[in-house]
Write a protein that binds this ligand. Structure first.
Ligand code: FAD
Ligand code: MLT
Ligand code: ZN
Length: 468
């Protein structure tokens, strides 16, 4: 990096917040799936909105390109530059203040670099719930959650990150600051710019703070790990649980037997809580505002579901420790797959009624393409969102297996498209799926997206190579 660039960055954020040493940059350049080898000139860690603004103004005037990064847990490589190494990573980690919790208004204003778990804890300390929940919540940031429009394990009740945000503060590519930190639940004064930035994956502006919605803390939660015979039964159970589980259905996650095997094999202390193996499992959680009666209601519900053959075995958490153990079986599922060799990923959604058909057809298709491969389809069945991951055959060569990534994606995505689904349900497009976008988007829609990008970032300062 040239001395004048180092000097300019140090002038903006302070020398100690400019990282250029190759080893020190590694944590910012490696992404969780190891699919991209990142390359950057520097990592800059501004400590205020004014510094973010000065950095963007400088970039837009000098032609530098900026890649925003929060917790670096994104699944599609949007937070990691991979081109010739010209980009500068703008880490939001130091913008980590909870600016205000407004209990009467049920909102919380937090900076972009606040770790999601810290935001949840700040809400809870005020007797409120911030319900966004992901297995990465100990490291991902609110700014990253909004930029990716994260989903997670409570969408069925509370919606995606988008539905939980009332207002934003955004630094534009030319350095101007838009203060849209409104606490309003109704505001029809023109175009909804907030929702343009949410889900834009760092390509339109830098989110520096957000007003988040708070909800009442549930007084009781019932968590059950259920053996189910097949995805059809899981879907029937889902619809029954929405109607009559005795409270609000807040989580409904599907897991195949092989997924549970992987967790038990690789996650410290994890064990199968049921006595007999089952081909499929569901982690279900029901929340209620009354302290008493929920466990009994869920027990009755499960008794009925067993009589109907929708559930073959069940365990209901009897303590907070047991609840944590059941959740761990689900939360470790993403990470443990890395210990089983190459894994080809799909993050798809289909209309709920089509989920069993999708699973049947996609499993048959990948087994035909790569005999011996091990499908591990899991995830947010309650939202029709399946992480259709496929682990390599035991003993296969990892690189040779991963060379079949595009062919397998094409085959699975063809089924998704036929069933009127989406090839990215919650992880976004980033760098991983950019080439696939023209194949699935209406040309008019794609044209509108390019027009928006050109209007907000005419010089292409922000996140080149991501999304479009
Ligand atoms: P990063 O990874 O740093 O960035 C993500 C994108 O947002 C990038 O394009 C980046 O350029 C941009 N960006 C980041 N911060 C800003 C900002 N302040 N302003 C503008 N652009 C910005 N995702 C789900 O949706 N649901 C899940 O259930 C889920 N589970 C996960 C489990 C594990 C174990 C892991 C590793 C990941 C999981 N993810 C999940 C993916 C990821 O955690 C989410 O997408 C998360 O929202 C990313 O937040 P982050 O702070 O790490 O963002
Ligand atoms: C999850 O739901 O666990 C994630 O989105 C992570 C993954 O898909 O691996
Ligand atoms: Zn997920």
């Amino acid at each position: 990096m040239s001395a004048s660039v180092t000097e300019a960055l140090a002038g903006i954020a302070g020398a100690k917040n400019v990282i250029t040493d190759a080893d020190a940059m590694v944590p910012y350049l490696k992404e969780p799936r190891g699919l991209f080898k990142g390359k950057a000139q520097a990592v800059v860690r501004p400590g205020s909105v004014a510094e973010v603004s000065a950095l963007m103004k400088w970039a837009s005037e000098t032609g530098a390109t900026i890649v925003p990064q929060g917790g670096n847990t994104g699944m599609v490589g949007g937070q990691v530059p991979v081109a010739e190494g010209r980009e500068i990573i703008l880490s939001l980690q130091r913008l980590d203040k909870v600016r205000a919790v407004d209990v009467a208004g049920d909102t919380m204003t937090v900076e972009a670099g606040v770790i999601l778990q810290k935001a949840q804890e700040a809400a809870e300390a005020a007797g409120r719930l911030f319900p966004l929940s992901l297995a990465s919540e100990g490291s991902c940031t609110v700014g990253g959650n909004l930029s990716a429009n994260a989903g997670g394990t409570a969408v069925i009740a509370y919606g995606n990150a988008r539905e939980l945000c009332l207002g934003l503060e955004v630094v534009l590519p030319d350095g101007r600051v838009w203060n849209g930190l409104r606490q309003l639940r109704k505001d029809n004064t023109g175009y909804d710019l907030k929702n343009l930035f949410i889900g834009s994956e760092g390509t339109l502006g830098i989110i520096t703070a957000a007003v988040l919605k708070l909800l009442p803390l549930p007084a009781a939660r019932a968590t059950a790990f259920l053996a189910v015979p097949d995805p059809e039964a899981a879907l029937a159970l889902l619809n029954k649980a929405k109607a009559s589980a005795g409270g609000t259905l807040t989580t409904f996650e599907l897991m195949p037997r092989i997924g549970l095997d992987f967790v038990v094999r690789h996650a410290d202390g994890a064990r199968d809580p049921l006595s007999e193996p089952s081909p499929w499992y569901v982690l279900m959680e029901v929340s209620a505002q009354a302290e008493t009666g929920l466990s009994e209601a869920v027990e009755n519900f499960l008794g009925e579901a067993m009589e109907e053959g929708l559930v073959t075995d069940a365990v209901l958490a009897g303590s907070l420790g047991q609840r944590a153990d059941l959740w761990k079986l689900r939360e470790m599922l993403s990470e443990v797959q890395t210990h089983e060799g190459g894994s080809i990923k799909h993050d798809v959604s289909v209309p709920l009624h089509a989920a069993p058909e999708f699973l049947r057809r996609a499993i048959a298709k990948v087994e035909e393409l790569v005999p011996g491969c091990r499908p591990v389809p899991f995830g947010h069945l309650g939202d029709g969102n399946i992480h259709f991951n496929v682990s390599q055959p035991v003993g296969a060569d990892k690189a040779a297996y991963l060379a079949g990534w595009d062919a397998m994606n094409a085959a699975v995505h063809a089924i998704v498209t036929e069933l009127k689904g989406s090839i990215s349900a919650e992880h976004g497009i980033g760098r991983l799926k950019r080439a696939l976008l023209p194949g699935v988007k209406d040309p008019v829609e794609l044209d509108l997206m390019r027009t928006v990008k050109a209007a907000l970032d005419p010089k292409g300062v922000l996140n080149p190579g991501a999304v479009l």
